[in-house]
Design a binder for this molecule. Structure first.
Ligand SMILES: [Zn+2]
Length: 252
């Protein structure tokens, strides 16, 4: 994934030169300003390095806001991001399921997010794309929210984040997420942490059992894209890539 603190062009160059198959483009400021970005330049860099694209929209939009007008404004921005991602070759785009504000129930959350996601999915479908929903932490309400959203927005896909499944929980919840939503699974994020915070550490630097995770993914015959969402030194990212490839090959 491009580091949103840097220019997208230089991030594509680095990712392309270092042997990755695709880039997970996050349309986050300050690195990616969709009002100003040069789509042609992005496309030609992706072509130069033969990189595929996975779509990641800005996590900070106010989709959980109780005010309808605020959610509508956020949806407008989201559509622009989806359009940009489609133009540079992505077939999907995610939305993050943030914790709800106090005094609001899971039912309220399903209403807020499904309003946004129904509209976004319709828009994405016209561009030949699908929307995915990424869970943020492993708490019980996230399962209920996801379940409700998949019911209300049938073509919505699931975006698993193994690092997030390690938060607010005893033990990693990847197994539970897969048991409930494996049929909807579209894309996966991986990074390590010690369970206290979303630290985006290299694989092996936190307490996640990566061999166990790979075993699970093989059990479900997952054959899709995986992003290493690691925001420390670039050399750590390369080490994690090599380590993961080795692990993937070693597990049958
Ligand atoms: Zn993620």
């Amino acid at each position: 994934m491009n580091n949103p603190g840097n220019s997208l062009y230089s991030e594509i160059e680095w990712i392309g030169k270092n042997g990755f198959d695709f880039i997970d483009i996050t349309t986050e400021l300050p690195g990616v300003d969709i009002e100003k970005i040069n789509v042609g330049k992005v496309k030609s860099l992706l072509k130069k390095y033969k990189l595929g694209v996975v779509g990641h929209t800005a996590w900070y939009h106010a989709f959980r806001d109780p005010q309808r007008l605020v959610r509508e404004a956020a949806t407008k921005v989201l559509k622009k991001e989806i359009q940009f991602l489609g133009r540079v070759g992505s077939k999907n785009a995610n939305v993050h399921l943030m914790p709800l504000y106090r005094f609001f129930s899971v039912k309220d959350g399903i209403k807020f997010y499904s309003d946004v996601l129904k509209e976004a999915s319709k828009f994405a479908r016209k561009l030949g794309m699908v929307m995915m929903v990424e869970h943020i932490a492993g708490s019980r309400s996230q399962f209920d929210l996801l379940q409700g959203l998949f019911k209300k927005v049938p073509d919505l896909k699931f975006h698993l984040d193994v690092g997030h499944a390690n938060l607010e929980t005893k033990g990693n919840k990847t197994k539970e997420f897969l048991r409930k939503f494996s049929k909807k699974l579209e894309h996966i994020h991986m990074s390590d942490n010690d369970g206290t915070d979303d630290q985006h550490l290299p694989l092996g630097a936190g307490n996640i059992n990566w061999k166990g995770i790979v075993n699970l993914l093989k059990k479900y015959k997952y054959d899709g894209t995986i992003t290493l969402e690691i925001f420390s030194k670039k050399s750590h990212l390369i080490n994690s890539k090599n380590k993961f490839k080795k692990l993937w090959k070693s597990v049958r």
